[in-house]
Design a protein around this ligand. Structure first.
Ligand SMILES: O=C[C@H](O)COP(=O)(O)O
Length: 237
C-alpha cells in the first residue's frame, strides 16, 4: 500500500486544519483505504487529534533540542505535548529558502532518530544540476546523504526535484524511474516522489517501479482533493 503524505507548508489555520482532518479521517473510516497517510500541518495547528490508525500527524520542522533558547523554533517538549512522532527533514524549502545546511540537517536527523521518530528525509536537485545530466544529479543527491544514517529503520525517503516543487512541472516518468532505481540500489527504504503530484497523475506516478508513494504540497491542500488522491491510489500495492 502506498504512503501518501500531505505537506501543508505555510497554509491553513487551526480551524481549517481541524476541518480538513475531520474530512480525511471520515473518509478513511468508511472507505477501507489502507494507505499509510501522513499530514504535516503548520506547527500552530498541531493538536491532540483523534485519528484512524493509518492517519498520522507529523511536524514540518523542529529544532534538535528538548527545549532552550532558540527563538522561533520548537523542540521535543512541544512535540511531546501532542504525541508527535514523525518529522520531515531536509525539505528543499528549508535547504534553499531558509538556508538550512547539510550539517544542521544531519544533527536534526541524528537527534530525532535517537528519539525513535519516523523521519521523512527529502532529497532532490535544483534545475541547473538536472540540466547537467543524470550522473551529476545522482552525485548531488547522494551528497545529501552525508551524515545521514540510511540504515535507520524508521526512515522514509522523498525524492523531490526542486524545479518540480510548486511549479506544476512534474518530472517525467522516466526521470522518476531512473532516479528512484539508482537511489533504491544504494538505499533500500520506502521512497516517495514529490513535485507537482496531482489528483490526475498520482496513480501513474505511484505505479512507477521503486515509487512507494507521494509527498504532496499544493494539490493536497483541499481535503476533497486529498481524498481523491487517496481514492486514486487505494488499490495500488
Ligand atoms: O512537500 C511537498 C513538496 O514540496 C511538493 O510540493 P508541490 O506538490 O506543491 O509541488
Amino acid at each position: 500500500m502506498p504512503i501518501i503524505a500531505s505537506n501543508f507548508k505555510t497554509n491553513h489555520t487551526r480551524a481549517s486544519t481541524k476541518e480538513y482532518l475531520e474530512k480525511v479521517n471520515n473518509y478513511l473510516k468508511t472507505s477501507q483505504n489502507s494507505n499509510s497517510v501522513f499530514v504535516f500541518p503548520t506547527s500552530t495547528s498541531i493538536d491532540n487529534f483523534s485519528l484512524e490508525k493509518n492517519l498520522e500527524i507529523g511536524i514540518q520542522n523542529a529544532y534538535f533540542t528538548n527545549n532552550g533558547s532558540f527563538t522561533g523554533e520548537i523542540g521535543l517538549e512541544q512535540l511531546e505535548e501532542f504525541n508527535i512522532k514523525t518529522i520531515l527533514i531536509g525539505h528543499s524549502e528549508r535547504r534553499h529558502i531558509l538556508g538550512e545546511t547539510g550539517e544542521e540537517i544531519a544533527k536534526k536527523f541524528e537527534f530525532y532518530k535517537n528519539l525513535g521518530f519516523t523521519i521523512i528525509y527529502c532529497i532532490g536537485e535544483p534545475l541547473e544540476v538536472k540540466e547537467a545530466g543524470l550522473d551529476k544529479t545522482l552525485e548531488y543527491i547522494f551528497e545529501q546523504f552525508i551524515g545521514i544514517d540510511t540504515n535507520y529503520e524508521k526512515l522514509i525517503l522523498a525524492y523531490e526535484p526542486v524545479w518540480a516543487i510548486g511549479t506544476g512541472k512534474t518530472a517525467t516518468n522516466s526521470d522518476i524511474e531512473n532516479i528512484h532505481k539508482a537511489i533504491k540500489e544504494k538505499i533500500q527504504k520506502p521512497l516517495l516522489y514529490g513535485g507537482s503530484v496531482k489528483v490526475e497523475n498520482v496513480k501513474d506516478i505511484c505505479k512507477i517501479a521503486n515509487v512507494d508513494g507521494a509527498l504532496i504540497g499544493t494539490a493536497s491542500w483541499k481535503a476533497e482533493d486529498f481524498i481523491k488522491i487517496l481514492e486514486n491510489t487505494k488499490d495500488l500495492k
